[in-house]
Design a protein around this ligand. Structure first.
Ligand SMILES: Cc1cc2nc3c(=O)[nH]c(=O)nc-3n(C[C@H](O)[C@H](O)[C@H](O)COP(=O)(O)OP(=O)(O)OC[C@H]3O[C@@H](n4cnc5c(N)ncnc54)[C@H](O)[C@@H]3O)c2cc1C
Length: 283
């Protein structure tokens, strides 16, 4: 498929990108890795008249630790996260998950900011953002604002991001000592998108689960925290029995999707299976 005609602009800094968005209000799209936007344009699901290339903006690059948080620029690629020693040392499941995204071409070009803005219900990052209680920093004509991951994803391919705003970075609190993490997914074999993906983070003291966070992608039209699992495990000893009892609530109270990859019943089953795998792996 060939996309509709469009004008290509390359922004040389964030302010210029913002001005271009304002100038072409409602008829422009930011272009980062292009791995979600260009396929959507080829299918004519998206037909912007202007593309504003932000892929070379230094302001959106870099991974660093600052004041107990991991800062990841919106323009950082999945591959850079997969290979980052800092990420592996501080929150291992982020690197683990990044390495499971698509293939090497997708990982080398696709960005975390592009993935969050696109909010594909089968994308991996949303579950990780919820489990880590990440903050998503945005810049718009009225200045900066930060949105908690829990409030960012509002529906099927929908977020709190305004048309005139740019995601600049993601800030993720570094978990305390004694925290283990894991991301496990049942993937579509060709694209490797998540049919069900589960991120688990457990902080333990003397074998007792002090804090548990579990989040899913792929199960429903938007990612969610499995609060049933979290409360069932919190305060309990970390054991095969307590995990088995907790995972029954994996898809409770959620509108589970059904499509040609997995029926509602099968997806609900996968949610329990992948919650168990992630919780067992976070040891
Ligand atoms: C073959 C294939 C396999 C894939 N497999 C997976 C997978 O296994 N798991 C997974 O999670 N994803 C997968 N993806 C999607 C991939 O991760 C994309 O890279 C990602 O979804 C979008 O990032 P991008 O940088 O390419 O964004 P683009 O395609 O450039 O942009 C996507 C959307 O985000 C907007 N945008 C981009 N950057 C910003 C920003 N900083 N601020 C505001 N808006 C912005 C754009 O305007 C556009 O609307 C796959 C894609 C392909 C083509």
């Amino acid at each position: 498929m060939i996309p509709n005609g469009f004008q290509y602009h390359r922004a040389s800094n964030l302010q210029e990108a913002l001005s271009m968005l304002a100038k072409h209000e409602g008829d422009a799209k930011l272009l980062a890795g292009g791995h979600s936007l260009i396929p959507a344009m080829k299918l004519r699901l998206n037909q912007p008249a202007h593309l504003i290339d932000i892929s070379r903006l230094e302001e959106l690059k870099g991974i660093k630790e600052d004041s107990g948080m991991l800062h990841i620029g919106a323009g950082v690629t999945h591959g850079e996260i997969a290979h980052s020693k800092l990420v592996k040392d501080k929150i291992a499941m982020l690197a683990e998950a990044a390495d499971l995204i698509g293939d090497v071409q997708v990982r080398n070009v696709g960005t975390i900011g592009g993935s969050l803005a696109h909010a594909d219900p089968a994308a991996d990052w949303p579950a990780l953002m919820l489990a880590t209680e990440a903050h998503i920093d945005l810049l718009g004509p009225k200045g900066e604002r930060s949105v908690a991951a829990e409030d960012f994803f509002t529906g099927f391919y929908m977020t709190d991001l305004g048309e005139d705003e740019i995601i600049t970075r993601i800030r993720i609190p570094i978990p305390p000592a004694g925290t283990s993490t894991s991301y496990q997914k049942f993937m579509q074999p060709a694209s490797r998108f998540a049919i069900v993906g589960c991120a688990a983070m457990i902080t333990r003291t003397n074998g007792t689960c002090e804090q548990v966070r579990v989040a899913f992608t792929g199960v429903s039209d938007k990612p969610y925290r499995a609060k049933n699992i979290e409360s069932a495990l919190t305060g309990k000893s970390y054991s095969a029995e307590s995990i088995e009892a907790a995972i029954t609530g994996a898809a409770e109270g959620v509108d589970v999707m059904s499509d040609h990859f997995a029926s509602e019943e099968y997806r609900s089953h996968l949610a329990r299976v992948y919650a168990k795998r992630a919780l067992n792996a976070a040891n």
